[in-house]
Write a protein that binds this ligand. Structure first.
Ligand code: FAD
Ligand code: SF4
Ligand code: SF4
Ligand code: SF4
Length: 391
């Protein structure tokens, strides 16, 4: 039976829980809210399926992958769709096609006041919640079983998520001999997933400052600041919007990621999905006009023959330009994000000293950040002064 002795070896995909024939496995949160499998030994019959299904331990299937992925820079033809998506709204195009075939969409949405979780959608209105990046690990709940049930009923299904989630789903469906001919899988290039409890506490902190509950959140708001900007926003019932950068700052510090993210097996071009989506950093090399308005541009990797057929169905809804691997290369297509050296201390401090302390010590609120900014500013001032005097 599965036992997690090193947290770096479990991405929390839930495949082991889904496959267990005696429902002996529960997903239990750690101090930061990341879920890990826990076996009830009284229910376990030692069948070993939970270990076999774990693609994060045993490696993931790549037999269906094309020898090389096809690479595109792409964006939706509708600016309205682009405005509501993180990058070029290719996910909206892919899911619209599946919905038109009478299919079902699974993606990351919200439950219980902006807790991030995977949900099922059968209409564009329900699917719309999945648009946009949520920088928190999504709770998969019983999604894998629901996908299996939809496939068994003969429905077309699109599952979208991080590559460790798509890989876990595919492994679960293979081990349960489920017919996957109607399954379409899309993943994202993934930097890492932040801790659910930090997001929960941060939202509560912002709401306390405002004295009211948020009615909408945007983890990376591009409405005022553009696609390349890194700011989160909160909208309140009275209509005003608060723009912040503390959460985004901490996200890019890699200090609140799941442990498995620094041991990620999916930071490469051999993807566990039919199609991969990402921001197209370096789009200027493809065409300097492509994203000159800074509204957002997607990288699309077509990884399988099924992905090729899928892309052919949707491509008329996109403006797209073929390109290559060298042009679209970005950090998380070549190596996992390095874990912050204080990651362990961060967790201990959160447990022992609480969220407010974390905010001051590790985010952009405390004296450490102010000192760092001061150092950076003085370095820039010295550089400028040197240039002036040398001239
Ligand atoms: C945690 C995270 C890290 C990322 N890291 C990178 C990166 O390093 N480099 C890069 O280029 N792009 C990264 N992205 C992907 C990128 O920001 C866009 O999501 C992607 O380009 C798709 O954009 P879109 O406009 O086509 O669709 P959108 O509508 O913006 O994308 C929505 C899709 O993302 C999925 N999604 C959103 N949040 C989550 C979540 N928490 N867990 C699982 N799936 C989720 C939805 O299910 C849906 O499929 C990351 C996204 C997330 C959520
Ligand atoms: S990676 Fe997935 S299958 Fe493996 S132990 Fe963790 S939750 Fe279970
Ligand atoms: S060994 Fe079998 S019964 Fe025991 S927890 Fe794993 S899957 Fe369940
Ligand atoms: S970085 Fe890797 S392990 Fe972490 S969430 Fe993304 S795909 Fe999963």
């Amino acid at each position: 039976m599965i036992q997690i002795t090193d947290k770096k070896t479990c991405c929390g995909c839930t495949a082991c829980k889904a496959i267990c024939p005696t429902q002996a496995i529960e997903m239990v949160p750690d101090a930061l809210g990341f879920l890990y499998p826990k076996v009830d030994t009284n229910k376990c019959i030692d069948c070993g399926l939970c270990e076999k299904v774990c693609s994060f331990h045993a490696g993931y299937a790549t037999a269906e992958n094309l020898p090389e992925p096809q690479v595109f820079a792409a964006r939706h033809r509708s600016m309205e769709e682009i405005a509501k998506s993180r990058s070029g709204a290719v996910f909206a195009t892919l899911s619209d096609w599946v919905l038109r075939q009478g299919g079902v969409i699974y993606g990351a949405g919200y439950i219980d006041h902006f807790r991030v979780a995977h949900k099922r959608a059968t209409t564009p209105e329900e699917r719309n919640e999945f648009r946009g990046s949520k920088y928190v690990q999504s709770d998969l709940n019983s999604t894998f079983k629901q996908v299996q049930s939809d496939l068994k009923k003969g429905s077309m299904v699109l599952f979208s998520g991080t590559p460790c989630q798509t890989s876990g789903l595919k492994s679960f469906l293979t081990w349960t001999r489920t017919d996957t001919s109607n399954l379409f899988v899309a993943d994202i290039v993934c930097h890492g997933v932040p801790a659910p409890h930090i997001w929960r506490d941060y939202l509560a902190y912002i709401e306390k400052l405002e004295g009211q509950k948020a009615v909408a959140v945007d983890f990376r708001d591009k409405s005022q600041l553009g696609w390349a900007a890194h700011k989160e926003s909160f909208t309140f019932a009275d209509g005003h919007k608060r723009v912040e950068q503390t959460y985004t700052y901490t996200f890019y510090e890699h200090i609140m990621f799941r442990h498995s993210c620094s041991n990620c097996h999916f930071c490469n071009f051999t993807r566990p999905s039919d199609i991969t989506l990402a921001d197209f950093w370096g789009w200027q090399k493809v065409n300097p006009q492509l994203n000159a308005d800074d509204k957002g541009i997607s990288l699309v990797l077509v990884n399988t023959a099924k992905g090729q057929a899928w892309f052919d169905h949707i491509k008329d809804g996109l403006t797209y330009i073929p390109t290559d691997k060298a042009t679209c290369l970005q950090p998380n297509l070549s190596r996992p994000s390095a874990q912050h050296p204080l990651r362990e201390q961060f967790e201990k401090d959160y447990i022992n000293k609480g969220f407010q302390y974390i905010l001051r010590r590790y985010a952009d609120k405390g004296w450490r950040y102010k000192l760092l900014r001061l150092k950076q500013k003085s370095k820039t001032a010295i550089r400028l002064a040197k240039r002036i005097f040398i001239k």
